[in-house]
Design a protein around this ligand. Sequence first.
Ligand code: S3P
Length: 182
Amino acid sequence: MQGGLKTKAEQENLYLVGFMGAGKSTLGAALAQLLFRRHVDTDVLVEQRAGRCVADIFAAQGEAAFRELESQTLAEISQEKSLVVSLGGGTVLSPENWKFICQTGKSVYLDWPTEVLLARILTDQARPLVTGSEASERSAILSALLARRRPFYEKCDLTVQCGTEDSPSAVAVEIVNRLKEL
Ligand code: S3P
């Protein structure tokens, strides 16, 4: 930063992208702390707007209503600057959402092995996309969902390969070091 003015890169938002269970919220908080930025989580903002949790929004209003709230939330926060934004796992699938992301910041994909993600999310009762199917079929459904989404995730400006040995703070440091690639 020079003369109190932020560079273009410093003003851009950083959007964290990845499947459910990728740790976008935890990592977002760690990254924001390292970069002295504000952290927001679109799922949390959607919950505040709706006055109910994500699972209840899906149950009471349906997925389309959730996606609408998610897009409205992204459209609003993308007008702010220098944020670290943890996105929901399905946000980047909408071309409209993707446009907001590309126009206002850089995207970082947290790429985990499929088996690690499945182990984390299969038991989580709070995830509507998981609990909506028979337990015996969940693993196959989630693997197929992840395979369909990977091409969208891989469009991100930066991909970080994550492993179980990496702590959130270590991944945050790696992202900071690699921001100059963007
Ligand atoms: C979703 C992921 C969830 C949440 C919603 C839908 C998805 O967020 O937005 O349940 O479509 O992958 P996380 O990725 O933070 O779990």
